[in-house]
Design a protein around this ligand. Structure first.
Ligand code: NAD
Length: 261
C-alpha cells in the first residue's frame, strides 16, 4: 500500500497527464489516432499478448495468424477465427471507442486501427482506416475476393469452399503476419501521419510494422505525440506525453477536462 503522500502524488500525476492531453488536443488542427487491440480489451476481447485461456491455451495466436498456419491446417485456423468472431459479435464498444467518436466531432481526426473487430464502427467511427482488415468478413484464399455471408451459410466445410476459384477456400478477411497491408489504407494512413499535428497511439504494443511506424512518421513531420497505454512500449521513450492508464478511463477523462484551464 503506498503512503498517502505517494498515492496523492500518483493521482495528481495522472490528472496532470489528462489535462495536458486535453489541452494539446483542444488546439490541434488535425489529430491522427492509431489504435490497437488494447482499446478493445475493456470490451472483453483478448489482446494477442494476453495469456490465452482454455481451448486455445496450446496455441500462440501469432502462430495461427499466418499464411503458413492456414496452409498447414486450414480447419484449425478457420475454427480459431470463428471462435474470435463469436467473441467480437458478443462484445460491445466501450467508453474509449465512444470517446473517439466524440473527439472526431470536436476536432478533425483520422482514425487508423490495427484492430480486426468492428467495435470502432459500431461505436460510430464509420470512416476508420482498417490496416489489418476485418474478422467479420471472409475472402477467397486464392483471389482475395470477398465471399458473401449467404454463400458461407449454405456451406458445410471447415473452411467452406470459395465460390471464386476452384482451388480456393474461405479464409478470414484479415491481414496475417507476413502479408502486405492493403496499399490504399496504408497510403491514406501515411498521408494523415504526414499532415497531422498531433498523434495518439492507444492500446498498441507497437511491435507490428508498418502500423507502429506511423507515430514516428508524424513526428518527423512535426507532430506532437502522446501514448495511452498502461504498459510501456518501444514508443514510450519517444512520446511527448505518456498516459499510463486504461483507454476507457483516459479518453473520457480527457474529453471531460476539455474546457478546463
Ligand atoms: P497487442 O496485443 O500486441 O498489444 C496490446 C496493447 O494494449 C499492450 O501494449 C497493452 O499494454 C495495451 N493495453 C491493454 N489493455 C489496455 C487498455 N485497457 N487501454 C489501453 N491499452 C491497453 O496489440 P496490437 O499492438 O494491436 O498488435 C497485435 C495485432 O493483433 C494487430 O495486428 C491486431 O490486428 C491483432 N489483434 C486484434 C484484436 C482486435 O481486433 N480486437 C485483438 C487481438 C489482436
Amino acid at each position: 500500500m503506498p503512503a498517502p503522500a505517494a498515492a496523492a502524488h500518483a493521482k495528481l500525476g495522472r490528472m496532470d497527464a489528462i489535462h495536458r492531453l486535453a489541452a494539446r488536443l483542444r488546439r490541434a488542427r488535425h489529430i491522427l489516432v492509431l489504435t490497437g487491440a488494447g482499446i478493445s480489451a475493456e470490451s472483453g476481447i483478448a489482446t494477442f499478448r494476453d495469456a490465452q485461456d482454455g481451448l486455445w491455451a496450446r496455441f500462440r495466436p501469432e502462430d495461427l495468424a499466418t499464411p503458413e498456419a492456414f496452409r498447414r491446417d486450414p480447419a484449425l485456423v478457420w475454427r480459431w477465427y470463428a471462435w474470435r468472431r463469436e467473441q467480437v459479435a458478443a462484445a460491445q464498444p466501450n467508453a474509449a471507442h465512444r470517446a473517439l467518436v466524440e473527439l472526431a466531432q470536436r476536432r478533425p481526426t483520422t482514425l487508423v486501427t490495427q484492430n480486426v473487430d468492428d467495435l470502432h464502427q459500431r461505436a460510430g467511427s464509420t470512416d476508420a482506416i482498417c490496416l489489418h482488415g476485418s474478422i467479420m468478413r471472409s475472402i477467397c484464399s486464392v483471389t482475395r475476393l470477398e465471399i458473401s455471408a449467404d454463400w458461407l451459410a449454405a456451406q458445410t466445410g471447415e473452411p467452406p469452399r470459395s465460390p471464386h476459384h476452384a482451388d480456393g477456400l474461405a479464409r478470414p478477411g484479415v491481414v496475417w503476419f507476413g502479408e502486405n497491408l492493403p496499399a490504399d489504407a496504408l497510403e491514406r494512413a501515411a498521408a494523415a501521419a504526414r499532415d497531422c499535428d498531433a498523434v495518439l497511439a492507444i492500446g498498441t504494443s507497437a511491435l507490428v510494422y508498418p502500423a507502429a511506424g506511423l507515430p514516428a512518421l508524424a513526428q518527423r513531420h512535426g507532430a506532437w505525440f502522446a501514448e495511452i497505454n498502461p504498459q510501456p512500449t518501444p514508443l514510450t521513450a519517444t512520446a511527448d506525453l505518456v498516459v499510463a492508464q486504461a483507454a476507457g478511463l483516459a479518453l473520457p477523462a480527457a474529453l471531460a477536462a476539455w474546457e478546463d484551464p
